[in-house]
Ligand binder design. Structure first.
Ligand code: C5P
Length: 225
């Protein structure tokens, strides 16, 4: 049914991150974010329908890969960062949807940690910050046009616009986390240098198609300059 979709991104190479990252504590335990990957996978499908060549760098999810999309599986933020930096200079557009963990455990154990006996105390995890993948891609001089996401639980407008400026990106998509998380519907608010625009609440795939159209319009207008 691919050919019924307008090809707004024909010939463009689109790199997308999706899903959570998973940071090891030991071989059986991880720290992760609540992210099903549904939004990022819907955006990958919509970009492909719009004619793009899509590379989807995915953290652990239970979703099937959309048709004709190249998926690269990753676990930790450090893995995801390495793959993305390798792919980014070949992409025209980078859409960073992944819920990347802010920290990883530096003293993770090669062996399963044992439940401590009484009086022996609890494991002491030490954390270090993860690389900010989106901010780093946005700083590349020959890098792609970047789109970020902000899932907030309150004050969406303030946080989203501040985040867009801090990351140095032309477009940031805000959504209210409590509505979108693990749901099949979502509402996007687009923030750019002209202000903001709320899209209707709708199923994730139709929201993704609207977002892809908005991205294609903005990307082609900067290319025309
Ligand atoms: O403020 P925060 O860092 O959570 O911003 C979220 C945006 O940044 C999302 O687009 C997310 O994919 C991206 N991000 C990233 N690497 C991180 C943290 C967030 O690419 N370490």
């Amino acid at each position: 049914i691919d050919h019924f979709q307008p090809k707004h991104l024909a010939g463009k190479r689109v790199l997308i991150t999706a899903g959570p990252t998973s940071e090891a504590i030991d071989p059986v335990r991880v720290i992760t974010n609540r992210s099903s990957g549904k939004t990022g996978y819907a955006i990958a499908q919509a970009a492909r329908e719009a004619g793009a060549q899509v590379v989807l760098v995915s953290g652990p999810t239970s979703l099937p890969c959309p048709r004709h999309v190249l998926r690269i599986d990753t676990e930790s933020a450090i893995d995801m960062h390495a793959i993305v930096m390798n792919e980014a200079t070949q992409a025209d557009i980078f859409i960073s949807v992944a819920a990347v963990a802010d920290w990883h455990v530096i003293n993770s154990s090669q062996q399963k940690l044992k439940k401590t006996e009484q009086g022996q105390g609890l494991p002491e995890l030490q954390f270090a910050p993860n690389p900010d993948i989106l901010a780093e891609v946005a700083r590349l001089s020959d890098g792609p046009w970047c789109v970020g996401f902000a899932a907030e639980t309150e004050n969406l407008h303030e946080h989203a616009e501040a985040k867009r400026k801090r990351k140095g990106i032309p477009l940031l998509v805000g959504n209210l986390a409590q509505h979108a998380m693990n749901a099949d519907t979502t509402q996007f608010v687009l923030f750019d240098d002209k202000g903001h625009q709320a899209l209707p609440a709708q199923p994730k795939l139709s929201a993704a198609r609207e977002l892809i159209l908005a991205i294609a319009q903005r990307h082609s207008s900067i290319q025309a300059k």
